[in-house]
Design a binder for this molecule. Structure first.
Ligand code: 13P
Length: 265
C-alpha cells in the first residue's frame, strides 16, 4: 500500500526564530495526525537548528531540503551536497520549476542530482509540470502526444529519470506541479490533477518499467479548502504545499484532510 505524504516547501521565506517556531507548531499538530508522512522543507540554513529543536519529534514528521548539488563535495560556491544533508534530513526536493526558471537548471542536472541523492540514501521528490495547461477535455490523445513530445512533461520526466532502475525509484516520489498553478491561487481541478497523476503513473509503469508504488503528489495553490478534492483522487498520493505550509494551523489542516481521506476515516 502506498503511504500518503504531505510536504511543506517553505521556499525562501521566514527567519531563524520564525522557522524554528513554525516547525515546532507543526510538530505539535503532527502528533495527532496519523497514517501519513509529513515533510518540512525549510531554507537549508534552518534545517539543522530545526533538527536540533525537534529531537523528540513525532515519528511521521521528516525534514527535507529544497535543492542540492550533484557532487558529494567540491568547489561549488553556495551549494550543499547530499552527504551534508544525510543524517539531518531525509528528503530532497529536486527539479522544482523555480530552479529552472531562476537558475536555468536542466533535466540533465536534475538527473545527476537524483542519482547522487539516491546513492547517499536520501528520498527524492522530483518535480515536473507544464507551463501551459493541457486541454484534456478538447482532445485527450493529442494532449497525451504533446506530453510525450519534446518539452512535454512526460519526456521531461523521462530525461530526469534516465538511467535509474525500478529499485532506485523506490525512494523517489514525483510531484506534479503545473507551473501555471504555482503561487497563483489558480489551482488545477482535482479531476485534472488526478488525470495527469494517473497518466504519469501509467507512463512510469509502462514506459519506464517502474512499479506502481511510486508516489505521485500534486502541488500548486493547495490550501485547506481544495486539499480534499486532490486527496479524493486515487492517483494522487499526497500534496506538495508552498505558501500554505508557512501557516502551521492551515498546513496541519491540509495534512489532516489527506490523512482522513486516504485512510477512509
Ligand atoms: P504554492 O502552494 O504556493 O502554489 O506553491 C506550490 C509549490 O511550488 C510547492 O513546491
Amino acid at each position: 500500500m502506498i503511504h500518503p505524504i504531505v510536504v511543506g516547501n517553505w521556499k525562501m521565506h521566514n527567519n531563524y526564530a520564525g522557522s524554528v517556531l513554525l516547525a515546532k507548531e507543526v510538530a505539535r499538530y503532527s502528533e495527532k495526525i496519523k497514517h501519513i508522512d509529513i515533510v518540512l522543507a525549510p531554507p537549508s540554513i534552518f534545517v539543522y537548528p530545526i533538527y536540533e529543536s525537534l529531537r523528540a519529534r513525532p515519528s511521521n514528521l521528516y525534514l527535507g531540503v529544497q535543492n542540492m548539488m550533484w557532487e558529494n563535495e567540491g568547489a561549488y560556491t553556495g551549494e550543499i551536497s547530499s552527504i551534508m544533508v544525510r543524517g539531518i534530513a531525509e528528503y530532497v526536493i529536486l527539479g522544482h520549476s523555480e530552479r529552472a526558471k531562476f537558475f536555468g537548471e536542466t533535466n540533465e542536472q536534475v538527473n545527476k542530482k537524483i542519482k547522487n541523492c539516491l546513492k547517499n540514501h536520501l528520498n527524492c521528490i522530483v518535480c515536473i509540470g507544464e507551463y501551459d495547461k493541457y486541454d484534456l477535455e478538447d482532445d485527450y490523445e493529442r494532449e497525451l502526444t504533446r506530453m510525450k513530445s519534446d518539452k512535454g512533461i512526460l519526456s521531461g520526466l523521462k530525461e530526469r529519470l534516465t538511467g535509474l532502475s525500478a529499485e532506485d525509484l523506490e525512494n523517489v516520489s514525483i510531484a506534479y506541479e503545473p507551473v501555471w498553478a504555482i503561487g497563483t491561487g489558480n489551482n488545477a481541478s482535482g479531476m485534472y490533477a488526478g488525470a495527469i497523476a494517473s497518466i504519469i503513473k501509467e507512463f512510469l509503469h509502462k514506459e519506464l518499467g517502474i512499479s506502481s508504488s511510486c508516489r505521485v503528489l500534486y502541488g500548486g495553490s493547495v490550501d485547506d479548502k481544495n486539499a480534499r478534492e486532490f486527496a479524493a483522487q486515487t492517483s494522487i498520493d499526497g500534496l506538495l504545499v508552498g505558501g500554505e505550509s508557512l501557516n502551521a494551523l492551515r498546513f496541519a489542516k491540509i495534512c489532516k484532510i489527506v490523512s482522513e481521506v486516504k485512510s477512509g476515516r
